[in-house]
Structures are given as C-alpha cells and as structure tokens.
Ligand binder design. Structure first.
Ligand SMILES: Nc1ncnc2c1ncn2[C@@H]1O[C@H](COP(=O)(O)OP(=O)(O)O)[C@@H](O)[C@H]1O
Ligand SMILES: [Mg+2]
Length: 312
C-alpha cells in the first residue's frame, strides 16, 4: 500500500487480531451485547471528558444506563451524556447499511449531539470564523465549509487504503475543517468509528487520559505529519480489538490471552518494567491502556520477545 501512514508493526498486529475476531463469528449475542454496553459508556465518558464534561465514568453509566441524575452536575452535562448515547445508537444503524457515507450522516450526528443544548446550531454549519483552543492552525473560513465537506466525502467514498488509516484520516480531515461552532471533536470521533464499524471493527475510544497526546499529535498533523496521529488512533483500535477478543474468543489450550498488568508481565522477562512501558507507549508491544494502567496478554509479550530474538 502506497504511503502507509500507520506504523507497519501496528497494522500487522491489527490485521491479525481482526482476522481472529472474524474467525469466531457469529459472535455470542449476549457477550456482544455486554461489550456494546460497556463501550457505549466508555466512549461517551471519554469523548465528553475530552471536551470538558465533568461527569465521571460511573456517573456517565448511571445517567445513560439508568436514567439517573447526578447532584451538582449541570443539565447540559446530562444532555451531553444522553445525546452521545443516542448518537451511538444512530451510528449502529448507519453501520449496518452499505450505502456510501454522506454529509447528511455527519449533520444528523451533530444534530443529536447538540440537541436541547443549542438547538439553533444543531446540525448546521457555522457561519462564523473560529479558532481551536491551543492550536496554531486556524480552521477555514465559513464560506469554504460546504465545498470542503463535499470534497471530504468524495475522497472518503473512493480512497483505497487500510480502513484504520481511512478512519483516522477522516477524523483528522473533519476536525480540520471544523464545520460546526462546537461539537467537532465528538462528531469526528463518531465518524471515525462509523467507518471502523462498517468494516467490522469495534469502535475505538480515545482515552481522556491521552488527551494531551491526542492534542499534540493533532498539532503535528497540522504541520503536515499525520502519522503520529494515525498511530494513536490505531493503538485505540488495537485496544478495542484486544478487549473484544478477551471477552469473546474461546480460550485455546496453551494460549494466554488474559490481560495482565505490564509490571507483572515483566517478571522473568529480559526487559525492565520501565523499558517495557516505553515500548508500550511507542505501540511496539500490543499492550493497551485500561484507565491509567498498561496491560498486555502473555501471548503478545512472548511474541515480541521471540521476534526480537529472531532479529538479533
Ligand atoms: N491542533 C488541532 N488541529 C485540529 N483539530 C484539533 C486540534 N486541537 C484540537 N482539535 C480538535 O478539536 C476538538 C475540539 O473542538 P470542538 O468543536 O470544541 O469539539 P467538541 O465540543 O466535541 O470538543 C478536539 O476534540 C479535537 O478533535
Ligand atoms: Mg467544544
């Protein structure tokens, strides 16, 4: 594939894990339902927290799963949580139909995200100039939005590249156009996941704990280097694949795919825990982050050690 954006080792691991997931289809309905619910909460919590919402993961769960309210939190924050859940449900419908993606899909998602929060701007492109907080780059003039969005969808429906690259790039391109006065980040992450889900991938969650890294890599993309951003999105995809596989795949004898803390996994390995966590951050191991901790399956770690041995 020409001009590969994502680190080839990450792509190889993702491709393999995706094949593994496909090989165990049809997936257990009840296990899949549990995973979907778990991801709806995680995705909603993280996407909204990146945007400034102060509901915690557990509060988000109470609001979207049980319809409860949290004392001291604003009505807006509650709407942001329930709207995001509704947007995910809408997305699941869109992921099943195989027609080309359209501008209307994005507008519809935005309309849901801002519902009851800013109804006059929900689903409508901005007509003012905006700046992105902390970015040097200034999004395009409002008169250009319509044309840029058409170009984006033309590209999206014809580009030939790995779906994870396509999804990551689509996210970046949309957030760069910044078509709405607010909600661009959430809608771009929804679009990225719509593309992934259409290709049979689980949704990727950009963790709030990675917010700084996410912003730094968006800045690098603004300067013309989209690879670090695409790598971060690919790591998020791998994380979801690992969690899906752990929950869905029947364990084969001798396979150790249970996720254990990296520190424990380091025991008896020729590497120090600090070195392993460096490798994890660089995406070299296939380790994933749950809350603030890196975890990995013994299988992935073994594979890394064997690969290094065979190279040296
Ligand atoms: N340097 C940057 N270049 C492009 N996009 C950026 C940059 N920094 C942040 N962003 C994007 O802008 C989003 C914030 O825009 P905003 O419209 O407020 O969306 P939301 O309300 O969903 O957070 C971030 O989530 C991120 O995706
Ligand atoms: Mg915002």
């Amino acid at each position: 594939m020409a001009d590969q954006l994502i680190d080839s080792e990450i792509i190889q691991r993702i491709t393999k894990k995706k094949k593994q997931l496909d090989s165990i289809r049809p997936l257990s309905k009840s296990a899949l339902q549990k995973l979907k619910e778990r991801f709806a909460v995680e995705w909603t919590y993280n996407s909204n927290a990146i945007e400034g919402n102060t509901l915690t993961l557990n509060e988000t769960r109470l609001v979207i799963e049980r319809g409860l309210t949290v004392k001291g939190k604003s009505l807006r924050e509650h709407f942001e949580a329930t709207n995001h859940k509704t947007a995910i449900e809408c997305l699941e419908g869109l992921a099943r139909i195989k027609e080309p993606l359209t501008e209307e899909n994005v507008k519809k998602m935005h309309a849901i995200i801002l519902r009851s929060i800013n109804d006059t701007e929900a689903g409508i492109y901005r007509n003012v100039r905006v700046r992105i907080l902390g970015a040097v780059f200034t999004p395009p003039d409002p008169v250009k939005i319509s044309r840029l969005i058409s170009e984006l969808f033309k590209w999206l429906n014809s580009a030939k590249m790995h779906p994870v690259e396509l999804a990551a790039l689509a996210h970046y391109k949309l957030v760069r156009i910044h078509p709405f006065s607010d909600g661009n980040g959430r809608v771009s992450r929804l679009l990225m996941n719509l593309i992934l889900m259409r290709c049979g991938f689980p949704p990727a969650v950009v963790l709030n704990t990675d917010r700084k890294k996410y912003y730094d890599r968006l800045k690098k993309a603004d300067r013309g280097n989209e690879s670090p951003f695409a790598d971060l999105m690919a790591q998020a995809v791998e994380r979801s694949l690992d969690l899906y596989l752990e929950a869905l795949e029947p364990v084969k004898p001798g396979e150790e795919k249970e996720l254990i803390p990296l520190r424990d996994a380091a025991k008896g390995m020729p590497y120090s825990p600090d070195y392993l966590s460096l490798l994890a951050r660089q995406g070299k191991l296939g380790a994933i982050k749950i809350s603030r901790n890196w975890v990995i399956s013994k299988d992935d770690l073994k594979k890394y050690v064997e690969k290094k041995k065979s190279k040296s």
